[in-house]
Design a protein around this ligand. Structure first.
Ligand code: QV4
Ligand code: CA
Length: 511
């Protein structure tokens, strides 16, 4: 009996690190600003068939409507209430999406904005996505309800009421981030309102949460809220399953608050990942891919089993948040595909792929003056994600997750899941290769000259389709073929001017 008690305790304490993905699915996609009806369709027509594990969705709760600038994407990070009612859709559409995605084994993770409400500069009676009245001047949010007693005004010690110094952990938590009215999360009443919102979503069937602005919440307050959460809905999850938690904490070092304070609550976003990998792929500051031999904790990243990793996110792809100019995005497509391919092939962390929309980027004095532009829309109504005959997206949706090179690397990660990092090779410059046990192998050429090498792949002999230049279709390769000999070795030739200067093969791309 004691043994089983111990097991259940262990099960309880690691559960919030477990994304509860369907067996063998290992990567999630952030369908940023998508509507619920489109996500439901995408789960059935694309994400399940291609082995995606889940979707991070934009905040589903009611938010302020901002007209200046016109309907910025960031209005959704200014809650007005916890009613499921936003530009992505209403509660019925949200429920339908969760049902349909879960039914094909694709999980839903909600972006929970629970540190604050709207900006202190918002106007009383300004409109909101569900019509709820609010008055920021007296902290009146009847849609929850919250009143002046539920905010940190009295607790914050800075003159402005806002965060003025990131070297002071207390003000980072107790003062306003960018003027956003900061909730008093030490109060049981506020914790209960937040937990009620999250439990409503859990009961609908979501698998977990991204906790927005976690750096600005005390770890203990987050834990108190998590302890109030229900187990996941047993219609899709085993009895006693705890919601998966990943906390947004931007920690590039040098601040009073660090990621490891949050490890007890769940996983944490590792922003060093995209910032450093972007520098390596761009060969800035003398960085080169051969240095990636000890990528992961060896580079000062957090423990792999606590890390939520990504090349870019919705903030830093447009200069918000952190990561700076080194961040690779769809705007840098060729290097971006290599970086995402490297992330999905490497065993470190739990991986998230970004899926964006086009906006008219316009740099003036080094800043994108259009960084606020919201999703494709008709007079504020978010446009449908149309699908072209070639399986790309229309209506200005970028759909990186549908790019062959990225889609196929999601499958690669599934095939090699659990296999050790192996057979590293490099040319002491920017040509590198590594395998995952006897299930997969990938080769990069990021130098300005051709790669021509015979390498130990670790794979069984046979002919393999390169899943970067093409697909395996009806037992044949539409792209490059790779011949692995009985000794596990294969010859690779990659021109430095190739459209995609990297090759990936795995057990399921063998013909
Ligand atoms: C302005 C002034 C303030 C003033 C305030 C008065 O700048 O000085 O006090 O008005 O109301 C928007 C505007 C911002 C405005 C603010 C409040 O851009 O100018 O302040 O609203 O009105 C997103 C955007 C922000 C946006 C915010 C709320 O990035 O620009 O602010 O949504 O709409 C840190 C945090 C990290 C955070 C990152 C961006 O540690 O947690 O900054 N990342 C998350 C989300 C991010 C979101 C928030 C947090 C806030 O990923 O998308 O910010 O929820 O690093
Ligand atoms: Ca706070």
């Amino acid at each position: 009996m004691k043994f089983f008690l111990l097991l259940s305790l262990i099960g309880f304490c690691w559960a919030q690190y477990d994304p509860h993905t369907q067996y063998g699915r290992t990567a999630i996609v952030h369908l940023f600003e998508w509507r619920w009806v489109d996500i439901a369709k995408e789960c059935e027509r694309y994400l399940a068939p291609n082995g995606f594990a889940g979707v991070q969705v934009s905040p589903p709760n009611e938010n302020i409507v901002v007209h200046s600038p016109s309907r910025p994407w960031w209005e959704r990070y200014q809650p007005i209430s916890y009613k499921i009612c936003s530009r992505s859709g209403n509660e019925d559409e949200f429920r339908d999406m969760v049902n349909r995605c879960n039914n094909v084994g694709v999980r839903i993770y909600v972006d929970a904005v629970i540190n604050h409400m709207c900006g202190v500069g918002a106007q009383a009676g300004q409109s909101s996505t569900c019509g709820s009245y609010f008055n920021p001047n007296n902290r009146d949010f009847p849609g929850v309800p919250y009143s002046g007693f539920d905010f940190n005004d009295g607790k914050c010690r800075t003159a402005s009421g806002g965060i003025e110094n990131y070297q002071d952990a207390a003000q980072v938590r107790d003062c306003r981030l960018s003027g956003l009215l900061d909730l008093a999360l030490e109060k049981d009443y506020v914790r209960t309102k937040v937990a009620d919102y999250m439990n409503h979503l859990i009961d609908i069937g979501v698998a977990g949460f991204r906790l927005d602005a976690s750096k600005h919440m005390w770890p203990g307050d987050i834990k108190a809220i998590l302890d109030k959460l229900h187990n996941l809905n047993t219609k899709w999850f085993s009895q006693g399953s705890r919601p998966f938690i990943f906390q947004e904490v931007i920690d590039l070092g040098g601040e009073a608050v660090s990621s490891n304070e949050y490890f007890g609550n769940g996983r944490v976003t590792e922003f060093k990942y995209g910032a450093k990998l972007g520098k390596v792929m761009r060969k800035w500051d003398g960085e080169k891919m051969s240095y990636l031999k000890n990528w992961g904790e060896g580079w000062g990243l957090m423990p792999s089993d606590r890390a939520l990793v990504f090349v870019d996110n919705h903030d830093n792809q447009r200069g918000h948040g952190a990561g700076g100019a080194s961040i690779l995005t769809f705007w840098d497509a060729r290097l971006y595909k290599m970086a995402v391919g490297f992330m999905l092939a490497h065993p470190y962390g739990f991986t998230r792929v970004m899926s964006s929309y086009y906006w008219p980027r316009n740099f003036q004095n080094g800043k994108d003056v259009n960084d606020w532009v919201g999703p494709p829309n008709n007079n504020g109504k978010t446009k449908e994600v149309s699908i072209n005959p070639d399986s790309t997206c229309g209506n200005d949706w970028i759909c990186e997750h549908r790019w062959r090179q990225i889609r196929n690397m999601v499958a690669f990660r599934n095939v090699v899941n659990g296999q050790p990092f192996a057979n590293w090779w490099d040319n002491d410059s920017n040509q590198v290769a590594f395998g995952r046990g006897n299930k997969g192998f990938i080769v990069f050429n990021n130098d300005d000259w051709a790669l021509s090498e015979t390498l130990q792949t670790g794979l069984p002999a046979g002919t393999y389709c390169d899943v970067i230049s093409g697909d395996k279709v009806d037992g044949n390769c539409t792209g490059i073929k790779v011949y692995v000999g009985n000794d596990g070795k294969a010859h690779f030739s990659i021109s430095n001017s190739a459209e995609d200067p990297f090759i990936a093969i795995h057990a399921e791309s063998k013909i």
